[in-house]
Design a protein around this ligand. Structure first.
Ligand code: HEC
Length: 134
């Protein structure tokens, strides 16, 4: 009985660890997508290219992934940065669709302020130039 119980505990722990690793992989994949999509959107806003609306929408969705990840880690500052980014990318999406490029530009500045804010607190550079989460 005891043996069975500890086996159940062990498999629950392993499942939880695998779950956490899968979540982290999803988050890192989202960041890898966020980088180029965000710089592309910046260029499109400058060029008043309305196809940026779709990028803004995609970024909004990617930051939902970030929000979920940090909620599980209970890191309030990172949750706040993720939410601000999501809100601003949603606003940019709307602004582009209504042709308000000044609002899109202002929203973009607010959205990218979250990148540095969160990276400074939660991203660490490895010696090989890759990143890790802290
Ligand atoms: C809530 C926190 C948070 C916010 C907000 C955030 N990031 Fe990140 N980002 C991270 C963390 C943590 C990592 C390190 C993860 C890793 O790569 O292992 C990271 C990694 C990255 C990477 C490197 C991915 C790789 O491994 O190659 C890029 C590019 C990136 N972020 C772009 C952005 C951009 C652009 C924004 C703003 C639009 C942004 N991030 C906003 C937390 C955040």
């Amino acid at each position: 009985m005891r043996k069975l119980f500890s086996m159940i505990c062990l498999s629950a722990t392993l499942a939880a660890m695998a779950w956490a690793a899968a979540d982290e992989a999803k988050f890192v994949a989202a960041m890898k997508k966020i980088g180029p999509t965000c710089s592309g959107l910046g260029k499109k806003i400058k060029a008043k290219d309305a196809s940026g609306a779709a990028d803004a929408k995609e970024l909004q969705g990617l930051f939902k992934e970030s929000d979920k990840f940090w909620k599980a880690k209970k890191a309030d500052d990172a949750i706040a940065h993720s939410k601000t980014a999501g809100t601003e990318f949603a606003a940019i999406h709307k602004a582009i669709n209504s042709g308000d490029w000044d609002a899109a530009d202002a929203g973009f500045k607010k959205a990218v302020a979250t990148c540095g804010g969160c990276h400074g607190a939660h991203r660490e550079k490895n010696a090989d130039g890759t990143f890790k989460i802290k």
